[in-house]
Design a protein around this ligand. Sequence first.
Ligand SMILES: Cc1cc2nc3c(=O)[nH]c(=O)nc-3n(C[C@H](O)[C@H](O)[C@H](O)COP(=O)(O)O)c2cc1C
Length: 182
Amino acid sequence: MKKIILATLILALTALSVYAEGTAVVYFSATGNTERVAETIAEETDADIFEIIPAEPYSSADLRWTDPDSRVSQEEDHDSVLDITTRPRIENEIDLSDYDTVFLGYPIWWGHAPSILLTFLDSEDLSGKTVIPFCTSTSSRIGNSASELEEYEGSGNWLDGMRFRSRVSDNDIREWLDDIGF
Ligand SMILES: Cc1cc2nc3c(=O)[nH]c(=O)nc-3n(C[C@H](O)[C@H](O)[C@H](O)COP(=O)(O)O)c2cc1C
């Protein structure tokens, strides 16, 4: 009898580890706009939420995009995120092994995703996972920002991304989630 119980337990644990079924919201946000969207998505979809935390936080001086000497001006490339060689370090580890669906959020910087997203993707294998990119911006569209990340990552089933204006309402976020079946 004990053997049967043990075998059943082992089978159940194996099934749990092979079939990841949860939803995660992973985001980077320098000034809080993407964070707010990420929190709403997590609440509405009952997902776990993970922030990509830079080892060196971005100060407002770091974020001065009009200053060619600022940190962001030095770290980012204006033509394609794929040309960027800098990899801003990330403070925390994010383990996505329990999740089969990942919302991935970021602000638009010069039409692209910030390079810290590449640092994040460097340590992830998204095979078998559905990835739903979203971003916030003042006025730019999502453009190639999400497809560049997909190309860089090379794994995962990436759905069309969504761009929200920086101060999007919770209702608009809910409407989008509804449209995509959440
Ligand atoms: C370095 C930098 C570059 C930006 N480039 C753009 C841009 O190309 N187009 C745009 O509409 N907004 C741009 N913005 C504005 C941000 O995309 C917008 O404020 C976003 O909501 C910030 O998200 P966060 O608060 O999560 O960091 C830029 C902001 C910064 C700091």
